[in-house]
Structures are given as structure tokens and as C-alpha cells.
Write a protein that binds this ligand. Structure first.
Ligand SMILES: CCCCCCC/C=C/C(=O)SCCNC(=O)CCNC(=O)[C@H](O)C(C)(C)COP(=O)(O)OP(=O)(O)OC[C@H]1O[C@@H](n2cnc3c(N)ncnc32)[C@H](O)[C@@H]1OP(=O)(O)O
Length: 735
């Protein structure tokens, strides 16, 4: 784990713990013992600490936080103290990742040499903790309170150049960092390095503490539903005190965070996100035993609201991207929109000017389908008309090379229209595609495992978190969270006179956005399209029937029929959204939705008109209003999604609860500090949720989302821990 190598009078401690050299217990012990050995050896005059696997250290071993292997070794605090107190100078040779505990190790050394491409960060805040191995005390002393208050509460990654500018590293090299560190070590041998002991210093800007702390509170306020950002600020502020006092404050705050449920949920989310790439198919094919051809070129066919967002994902990954539309104007518009997205990235310094031009050079117009004949994948962005899609994909089937994969959301309909059903798969991007990291990948009954492998690898290449699901009815993430949205609409219809009440309840819980604000952002049309499609599949024409009713608005009999129609058999549908859309409300896009929006300010404004429309609607529908408790709002919006999540598992649409959690976190702004909708179920208690689901099922028999999932029932009754839910679902007979 840590190799000790001596060359002339310099000892090197090589940290070797692939893939990212995390500071597991053996590594900590290895560094500690290595420093002691070098200090005891009179032939050693200086020590270099470096990382094998072409990286320094990416931090503490996160797995050990919740799952200690029982191996008692030194703590990271003891390691950092041991490094600083070394009687011989210690030089850190830093490359690739220097994060969290790795950065705490580096700043406890006496000198730091870094490769110019190193990525530095204190990402602890994203795991619900703080740099509790003296990082909050040493970092501001080495750099400044200003820089530490920028870096530690935000967790943002910073470059070697920024590190150098803020005195976090002493030298940057373009190549061979280890050799540079050895050379540097030979220049400091026998020199006094006492002033290099970080804990002995004071931050250079303690006089500015008040202003800096206030600024940090303002900058990070959006994340204050999480405890860690606030605690990070408090801990860094304590660096203005004498070191020992500051350290006590750091320990106290770190302990509180470590034992909080939020830290547990955030660390769970870290691994859940990574677990989605370990996909499995029912036949035993999986990410390990299946290879897919690399996707080096794609064609996006058609253009809509999301096209430019999707295109830029591929451009940023340097994948040749063809945009194929029948009109030159449509192609040009996609190019302009993509250019605008990249220009914004450049403005915000997410990419350099050079990268901007390189990325754009991967864009190509395709005026004729022949130009895209050799692409590795075609992505469907055509209008929602299945006949148009089938027609175009039939043509492409004849033109494209046999290995070209077709990505569409209409898997079965396109598969049956082509001679390559094995090469047809679903890819669902979430809007805005250039920002949202979730990619839902859907396999159909005939999709080949190697097609799945190719598209899952493509997802990784374009930096998406790809979740594999089986194709049944539409987008799985929408199904998961959509049931909660329907509940919100029903409660509004049934008596809540202020949409903000439901939205505030969800935002207080930590959702990025309330249910009605989400409908407005996604767009009324998109929401209504789902409803229209569902009813159409059952032979019911939503618009035709509404027109019929409109002609006789005050006719009670007709209204009653309308209501009965919409209950459609015994099922209730969230029609108020449709009602608003018919009145011309499109959501944020045209400024009118459940809220109002102005062109200057896209913040939702409460719209009293909604209550008036509601009152008329209720009258027409014969709805008797009633009151709602906060608890009912909370339970109906969230527990309905939990029940749906269990159904998605038992129907084998998703493979494991982590996949469902990632969909809720990355597709719908579920609070990360709760871990995801399934983790929420575990924390709340499945028994409690099951009881509520059964209760609502009795109360609302016209809402099928409350039929209790068999899996939830079993898990609740037998009190089964979450780690077995996927296994149990897989062992249940297919529904
Ligand atoms: C009073 C108590 C005092 C104790 C104080 C302790 C203070 C210190 C705390 C910490 O250091 S917390 C950890 C801080 N570091 C991080 O959060 C970094 C996490 N890792 C990443 O962000 C990324 O992995 C990366 C380093 C940027 C690399 O990204 P890349 O996309 O290249 O690879 P990944 O797929 O993300 O990871 C590969 C592989 O490695 C596993 N892994 C990564 N980091 C860790 C880690 N810190 N601990 C354990 N495992 C880690 C990751 O899960 C992947 O594994 P597999 O999924 O492939 O099995």
C-alpha cells in the first residue's frame, strides 16, 4: 500500500492503492511508519511523498466511513501531524488528483511540487462532512481565509495555477513531477524549514474575517438545507483563533457532521451514482462480460427544444457530431444554439477559448442522409409522430452501415420497422441536456447486450450518469416522480387554494423545486402530452371531448359526463393542468403557468388567477372541496413515488434501488442529503410508508398509484434492509 524506496539520501513514500490512492487504513499506517522510519535513519536527509498509478491521493477511503474493516490503524489526523512534525523536510510530488484527505496530506508537508494538470479540491462538503484531518485549520494558514472560504464550503475543483497563485503549491512543472520533487528535495537538504510548518503560521487576512465570513454565507446560502456548507464556514472561521483552539472547533463540528444522517445519505449517493455503470441484463450479460463498439461519431436526426443541449454533450466529448435536418435553416439554428451554449461555458470559464473552437470543429451539418451513413449511432430527435419516425428510420436502415446503432424512445416501433432490431435502443436525455447529467438508457425485448454496452460506454464518454432500464411505458424517471406530481394536482383540485403550499412543503423537504414550478419549467404541453398519450392509448380523445363540453359549459349533465369521462372507468387523471394549457398557459416558456413569469425576471410569481380558474373548474366538475394537513401533502407527494419506485423494481424495469435513487436525484432534483427516493424509504421506515400507502389506497381507489407494491409489502412486513431489495425483486416472479 505504501512502498518505501531510498535513493541516495532521499526516501520516497510511494502511495499505491489503485484506482485513486485513497487513504485506507493501510495507507495511513504506511505513511505514518514511513515517516518514522525515514526520521530514524541518519542516511536519509529528505522525504518525498508521491503516488503510484499516475495520481497523488484522491482523499480518505469513503467506504471506511460506514464500513470499517476492523483494522485499527492511525487516524488521518495523526498522519498529518506526523508529516508536519517530521525532523526531515517532506516534499509532496503531486499529480492528477489531490483531493480531500490527499490535500490535507499535501498541506502538512513542508513543500509541494505539482504537475500543471493536477486537480485540487476539498470535496468533503459533497459527502456531508468537512476536511476534519486539520484541513480547515492548515489550509487557511497556508493560503488565506479568503481562499479557504471560497474552496472548502463549495468543494470546487481548482487548478495547479490557482493553487500556485494562492501559495498552496511552491512550484508547477509540465512533466515528470517526481523527478522535479527529487531535484527540489536535494536543494532543501540541511536547510532550516521550521517556517514551513503550516500549523505554526497564521492566516494572512484575519483582519478581514467578518466580511469574508458574511460573503461565504451569502455565496453558499443556496445549499444551506445541507449542514456541511455552514459547518465548513464555521470551521474555517475558527482558523483565525490560535491553532489548538481552532482544531478543537474543527473536531467538534466534524464529529457532529460525521454522525449526521445527511453524511450517510450523501456518501450513499456518491456510490449509488458510480454503481449505475455496473449494469446487468436479465440473461446474465453485464458490464464486465460484454464489449460494445466505441461510439466515435453520431448523427442527431431532427431538431427540437433539446437538440443543441444534446449536441453539445457530444461536442465536449470530441465525438464527431452530424446534425441532420431536411432544411438548412433548422441545421443552422442547431449550430447557433450549440455555439451559444459553448460560448456561455467559455464566458463562465468552464472551458478555455481553445477548447471552444476545438469543440465546435466537431460539428457537421448533414443535408443528405448519405452523409451520415457511416456514423456509429443515430439519435432520434424527430417529432413525436411514430409514422414519421418509422419512415425515416426505414430509410436510414438502408443507408447506414450495419453496425450503426439507432437510439430512439420508440424502441419496439422502430425495431420492427428496420432490419436491425438488435441495434435499436432507447436514450432519454433530460432537459437541459447540456446541464442535466442523467441519461436513461432503455433496452427493448430485442436489443443486443453489445448494443447496451456500446451506449452505456457512450454515456460515460459524454460524462452522463447512465441508468439502464427495461423499456415498458415511457420514461422511467418521469413515471417515478410523476405520480407525486399527479397527487399535487389532485390536492389542488380538491381544495388547496394556493399552489405555493404544496411547493413550499416539497422545497422545505429539500427538493430543488416544488411540483408546480417543475411543471412550469418542463412546460404544460409536455405534461399534457403524457396525459393525452395515455388516454389515446385507451381510445379516448382528450381534446375532442373537451370541445364537446365547452359548447355547453353550463350544462350540468354534460359536465358530469365530462367528469365521468375523465375518471375514465375508475381512474382519475390530473386534468387541471390540461385545463390551464387549454387556456393558453404554457408554463415558464410563455410566462403563464401555475405561476407567472416576466421577461426580466424568470422567478415564479404567485398568480391569483389560478384560484379563480380552480373555483370554476371545481364547480364544473362537481368537486366537493376539503382541507389538507401538511402531513397529507408531504405523504401523498413522496410516498406515492416510493410505492412507484418499489413497483419499478418488482417489475424488473430497474435492476437495483440505487438506479432508482440516481434517477430521482439527477433527473428530478431530489435532495441529495436524503440520498434518493429509495434511501428516503429506508430512513423513514418501509413499514410506516406501507401503512400510509394502504390507507390512501382505501381513501382513493380511483388513483392506481396507491395500489401497494408487492415488494414494498414484503420488505415492510419482514423488515428487510435495503441492501437486499434488488435481490428480492429479482427473485419475485415476473409480473
Ligand atoms: C474526526 C474525523 C476525522 C477524519 C477526517 C477525514 C477527512 C478526509 C475526508 C476525505 O478525504 S473524504 C474524500 C474526499 N475525496 C473525494 O470525495 C473524492 C472522491 N472521488 C472522486 O471525486 C472521483 O472518484 C475522482 C477522484 C475525481 C476520479 O473520478 P473518475 O471519474 O476518474 O473515477 P470514479 O469512477 O469516480 O472513481 C473510480 C473508482 O474509485 C472509487 N473512489 C473514488 N474516490 C474514492 C474514495 N475517496 N474512497 C473510496 N473509493 C473511491 C470509486 O468509487 C470508483 O470505484 P468503482 O465504482 O469503480 O468501484
Amino acid at each position: 500500500m505504501v512502498d518505501y524506496v531510498q535513493e541516495n539520501n532521499i526516501a520516497t513514500l510511494w502511495v499505491n492503492n489503485p484506482p485513486v490512492n485513497s487513504l485506507s487504513s493501510n495507507v495511513r499506517q504506511g505513511i505514518y511508519d514511513g515517516i518514522a522510519r525515514a526520521n530514524d535513519d541518519p542516511t536519509v536527509k529528505a522525504i518525498v511523498i508521491a503516488g503510484r498509478n499516475r495520481t497523488f491521493i484522491a482523499g480518505a477511503d469513503i467506504k471506511e466511513f460506514s464500513n470499517s474493516d476492523g483494522n485499527i490503524s492511525v487516524s488521518l489526523v495523526e498522519v498529518t501531524d506526523q508529516l508536519e512534525n517530521s525532523s526531515k523536510p517532506v516534499i509532496a510530488a503531486i499529480e492528477n488528483f489531490c483531493m480531500g484527505g490527499g490535500l490535507e496530506v499535501a498541506i502538512s508537508c513542508h513543500y509541494r511540487i505539482a504537475h500543471h494538470k493536477t486537480r485540487f479540491a476539498f470535496p468533503e462538503v459533497n459527502l456531508g462532512i468537512l476536511p476534519g484531518a486539520t484541513g480547515t485549520q492548515r489550509f487557511p494558514r497556508l493560503t488565506s481565509l479568503r481562499f479557504a472560504l471560497d474552496i472548502i464550503p463549495s468543494g470546487r475543483v481548482f487548478s495547479a495555477e490557482e493553487a500556485f497563485d494562492n501559495s498552496a503549491v511552491d512550484k508547477i512543472v509540465d512533466d515528470k513531477v517526481y523527478e522535479a520533487a527529487l531535484n527540489f528535495a536535494s536543494t532543501v537538504i540541511d536547510k532550516d524549514f521550521n517556517s514551513r510548518r503550516t500549523s505554526k503560521r497564521s492566516p494572512p487576512d484575519t483582519d478581514l474575517l467578518g466580511d469574508l465570513v458574511s460573503k461565504a454565507y451569502v455565496t453558499n446560502s443556496k445549499r444551506f438545507k445541507e449542514l456541511a456548507p455552514k459547518y465548513c464556514i464555521k470551521a474555517v472561521a475558527a482558523a483565525a483563533k490560535p491553532y489548538d483552539q481552532g482544531l478543537l472547533i474543527e473536531r467538534d463540528l466534524a464529529f457532529q457532521l460525521f454522525t449526521s444522517g445527511q453524511a450517510n445519505a450523501l456518501q450513499y449517493a456518491f456510490f449509488a451514482e458510480r454503481s449505475t455503470s455496473k449494469w446487468e441484463l436479465p440473461g446474465g450479460f453485464n458490464w464486465k462480460n460484454t464489449n460494445g463498439r466505441p461510439i466515435n461519431s453520431v448523427a442527431i436526426v431532427g431538431s427540437g427544444k433539446m437538440t443543441a443541449g444534446i449536441v453539445t454533450c457530444f461536442l465536449r466529448a470530441k465525438i464527431r457530431t452530424f446534425v441532420f435536418n431536411t432544411t438548412e435553416m433548422a441545421n443552422r439554428q442547431v449550430f447557433i444554439n450549440s455555439m451559444n451554449i459553448l460560448a456561455n461555458d467559455r464566458k463562465k470559464r468552464r472551458i478555455t477559448a481553445e477548447e471552444y473552437y476545438i469543440y465546435l470543429s466537431y460539428f457537421t451539418y448533414a443535408k443528405s442522409p448519405k452523409i451520415i451513413a457511416k456514423v456509429d449511432a443515430v439519435i432520434d430527435d424527430l417529432p413525436q409522430d411514430v409514422n414519421i419516425k418509422r419512415d425515416i428510420f426505414q430509410k436510414l436502415d438502408r443507408i447506414c452501415k450495419p453496425s450503426t446503432i439507432f437510439c430512439t424512445m420508440e424502441i419496439e416501433k422502430i425495431a420492427s420497422a428496420t432490419k436491425r432490431p438488435k441495434m435499436v435502443i432507447g436514450t432519454h436525455f433530460f432537459a437541459p441536456a447540456n446541464v442535466m447529467r442523467l441519461l436513461e438508457v432503455e433496452y427493448g425485448p430485442e436489443t443486443a447486450p453489445r448494443t447496451v454496452a456500446a451506449i452505456m460506454n457512450m454515456g460515460k464518454k459524454i460524462r452522463k450518469v447512465s441508468v439502464l432500464v427495461s423499456n415498458r411505458t415511457g420514461v422511467v424517471a418521469n413515471r417515478l416522480m410523476g405520480v407525486g406530481t399527479d397527487q399535487a394536482v389532485f390536492m389542488l383540485e380538491d381544495g388547496i387554494n394556493d399552489q405555493r403550499l404544496i411547493d413550499n412543503c416539497m422545497e422545505d423537504f429539500g427538493m430543488a423545486m416544488g411540483k408546480f414550478k417543475t411543471i412550469d419549467i418542463i412546460g404544460m404541453d409536455a405534461n399534457v402530452d403524457v396525459l393525452r398519450k395515455t388516454l389515446n392509448e385507451q381510445g379516448y380523445d382528450l381534446d375532442e371531448n373537451r370541445n364537446m363540453v365547452r359548447k355547453s359549459l353550463n350544462n350540468f349533465l354534460h359536465s358530469y359526463t365530462y367528469y365521468a369521462f375523465f375518471k375514465y372507468g375508475s381512474r382519475r387523471y390530473p386534468l387541471f393542468t390540461y385545463e390551464l394549457s387549454v387556456l393558453g398557459k404554457k408554463g415558464e416558456r410563455n410566462g403563464y403557468g401555475y405561476y407567472r413569469y416576466t421577461t426580466e425576471n424568470r422567478q415564479p410569481i404567485y398568480d391569483e388567477e389560478i384560484v379563480e380558474i380552480l373555483k370554476n373548474y371545481r364547480k364544473r366538475m362537481g368537486i366537493q372541496t376539503r382541507t389538507f394537513t401538511y402531513q397529507e401533502i408531504f405523504e401523498r407527494c413522496l410516498y406515492s413515488s416510493v410505492n412507484e419506485g418499489f413497483k419499478i423494481l418488482e417489475e424488473k424495469i430497474a435492476h437495483k434501488p440505487q438506479d432508482i435513487d440516481v434517477m430521482s436525484l439527477m433527473g428530478y432534483g431530489f435532495p441529495r442529503q436524503v440520498g434518493g427516493i429509495m434511501k428516503f424509504a429506508e430512513t423513514t421506515g418501509t413499514e410506516r410508508i406501507y401503512e400510509a400507502v394502504c390507507r390512501y389506497n382505501k381513501l382513493y381507489p380511483d388513483q392506481p398509484c396507491w395500489r401497494p407494491s408487492k415488494l414494498l409489502e414484503r420488505v415492510a412486513k419482514e423488515n428487510i434492509p435495503m441492501k437486499y431489495w434488488g435481490q428480492i425483486a429479482n427473485s419475485m416472479s415476473k409480473l
